[in-house]
Design a protein. Structure first.
Length: 93
């Protein structure tokens, strides 16, 4: 990975999260899927703070991109997971 990758990854994840959280308002299906991911994350992580969520999000996104994932479908598992973490981050602030 080059030096620009973490910043580019951060911007992309931020954009995915913001777009997904905004889309939840008009998409009950996406909102329900995000809610399920939030429940799963709380089972896995407890009630994490901002620092723990950011660490999880970075590892998750890096792994997804290494596997070849790219955000093309706003209802695929990875997209919804990123949105769920971003939604949780909004609740910790």
């Amino acid at each position: 990975m080059d030096g620009d990758t973490p910043e580019a990854l951060g911007l992309l994840v931020r954009d995915i999260g913001e777009a997904g959280v905004a889309e939840m308002a008009g998409s009950p299906g996406l909102a329900a899927a995000v809610d399920q991911h939030v429940a799963s994350l709380r089972e896995e992580l407890g009630h994490p703070g901002e620092k723990e969520l950011m660490r999880y999000l970075r590892r998750f996104a890096e792994d997804a991109f290494r596997r070849g994932w790219w955000p093309e479908d706003t209802h695929d598992w990875e997209f919804v997971r990123i949105v769920a973490v971003c939604w949780m981050l909004r609740r910790t602030g």
